[in-house]
Design a protein around this ligand. Structure first.
Ligand code: SF4
Length: 284
């Protein structure tokens, strides 16, 4: 990674960004699809800067477009996208490509501009919210997930409340939340204004309660909608077996069905909500 966020050890231990040859990635995806793999994830610390170090003019959106041309029944996901490098071109490509999942993991880390600057994230709260608006306008039904750190050195109650307000405003379908913990050798570990553990714990609990509430509200809108589930497994703990899998936007759906459905794509109608998942019924 080339970014050097002030809390992160990755750039020191993993070195600089390197983009794999596009033909090599395309070959690998083609091979996976031919072998029947249906859920393929492109993984990098910052996939949005893919191509910056290539000799040709070719970026991550170009790679997604080329992968999408590979025929077959499969989905492509990717992570992680750094907000500073997310582009309108990427969002338009996601909207256009039929194999690309309608889900974006976009780590915000904090809702406070002061803390974002101390973290060396190189975007503002306003820039982040602008990206959210852009992707929702471009990609119909997209769901957003994020990462958030609470208790970064110097984070005040006001800074934290800005994070809570951002979470309420965006309505993420999942937030992976962490208490800040110092990594030896990073700039943030040397900062003097470390936040006490009990304050971090309290903020984490409040943030998790807030994001759970948003998830509940967000799930309501699915009742009555239809979509395609890639069936991943079968839960036999209920009276009747329940097949489960994800919609293209990563929402988990359970519906009556047996293990014979695993690996297939099924059209379902959403009929209810249970915990953090959706409940549905087979349409075909
Ligand atoms: Fe790179 Fe992510 Fe670490 Fe920032 S948090 S330095 S973008 S790996």
């Amino acid at each position: 990674c080339n970014n050097f966020c002030s809390y992160c050890i990755v750039p020191y231990v993993r070195g600089r960004e390197r983009s794999r040859d596009p033909q090599c990635v395309l070959e690998e995806v083609r091979d996976l699809v031919e072998h029947g793999y249906k859920d393929i994830t492109l993984l990098g610390q910052n996939v949005n800067s893919y191509g910056n170090d290539l000799d040709i003019s070719y970026d991550f959106a170009d790679l997604l477009s080329d992968i999408d041309k590979i025929p077959g029944e499969y989905r492509i996901r990717f992570m992680t996208s750094h907000p500073k490098d997310a582009t309108r071109k990427l969002f338009d490509t996601m909207a256009r490509c039929t194999h690309v999942a309608k889900q974006l993991h976009l780590p915000v880390q904090s809702g406070s501009n002061r803390i974002l600057s101390e973290m060396n994230r190189r975007y503002t709260r306003e820039k982040y919210l602008g990206l959210v608006e852009d992707i929702r306008a471009a990609v119909d039904g997209v769901e957003l997930t994020t990462d958030i750190i609470v208790g970064f050195p110097g984070e005040t109650e006001e800074d934290f409340e800005e994070t809570l307000a951002l979470v309420r405003q965006v309505g993420f379908s999942a937030a992976y939340t962490f208490m800040y913990s110092p990594r030896l050798g990073t700039r943030a570990a040397e900062m003097e204004n470390q936040v006490p553990e009990e304050v971090k714990k309290d903020r984490l609990l409040r943030l998790n309660a807030c994001s759970a509430e948003q998830l509940k509200v967000g799930n309501q809108k699915y009742i009555g909608q239809e979509g395609t589930v890639l069936v991943e497994g079968c839960d036999r703990r209920e009276k009747a077996p329940m097949a489960y899998g994800k919609l293209t936007n990563f929402k988990m759906v359970y519906f009556p069905g047996d293990a014979g459905l695993i690996g297939s794509m099924r059209h379902v109608r959403i009929t209810g909500i249970q915990n953090n998942s959706l409940i549905g019924e087979l349409v075909e």
